[in-house]
Write a protein that binds this ligand. Sequence first.
Ligand SMILES: [Zn+2]
Ligand SMILES: [Zn+2]
Length: 337
Amino acid sequence: MTDLMLAWEVGVPGPVHTHPLRAVRRPIPKPGPDELVVRVAACAVCRTDLHLAEGDLPPRREGVVPGHEVVGVVASIGPAVAEWSVGDRAGIAWLRHTCGVCVFCRRGAENLCPYSRYTGWDADGGYAQYAAVPADFAYRLPDGYPDAELAPLLCAGIIGWRALQRAQLPPGGRLGIYGFGASAHLTAQVAIAQGARVHVLTRSGAAQRLALDLGAVSAADADGEPPEPLDAAILYAPVGDLVPVALAALDRGGTLAIAGIYLSDIPSLNYQRHLFQERTLRSVTANTRQDGRDFLAHAAAHRLRVAVTPYPLDRADHALADLAADRVTGAAVLIPP
Ligand SMILES: [Zn+2]
Ligand SMILES: [Zn+2]
């Protein structure tokens, strides 16, 4: 008889009030030759999970288990895995396969590999008691953090790290952050540690207070103007209407990076007001494994404050609903029994 575990799968994608996630019993996964299976200790809830459950991101696999910010302990390993042992702490993130031979992979841009595959989208993720991952895509984790605080580092943290690189913030520069959830509150701390002046623009009063507490220079509503022009900005809110707002807040030569995988439509831009004077608009697409290693090294050297709201795994649907309604400050994190 096979051992069963609790998992959540995406049933019929739709608005969160239609309960697109359903709780099921599944066999505990067995590792492929080059895979690890981890016993999940914590899995953070990412806005991408919500986009998947609600159908903004088309499902790539029927009944997929979401969750790509997974912290666990290696429970079993495939015969071809040499670098890991049972009992090691391991992290599973969004990127789980790249081809290694395409033009993007060869030039160090594996985040753009057309053959890439993702945890919790192409393959089952961490809204479960166990999850499998190719060993080459598992992360070693920094010491000094509890499991629940490590989990959000694995997407929120890594994507934020890449978004900050893409925003090309000059040393000591002025950074605007639009939207202040799980990823933004980590990015802000990285930028501040590197000497930036950070302005946070978000409508949530709780998020504004957290931003100031973490060392932001100002925090105010997202549709207002920051108190000084920005050298760089990162748009976290999945709101296309904020693109011209953030571009208009940039100083000459400034860059706006859009951090999310999903954005509502961008209204028409005015060339003079939004782009002229060499302002730059860029997207951020996933991350490379090197981004992940670089960010986790930063997190090991600079203890980040990670705001988390824990939920028992059997309340994953509530966690997703709370995220949809902006009722979570920091990151929701699922904790299996
Ligand atoms: Zn994510
Ligand atoms: Zn490739």
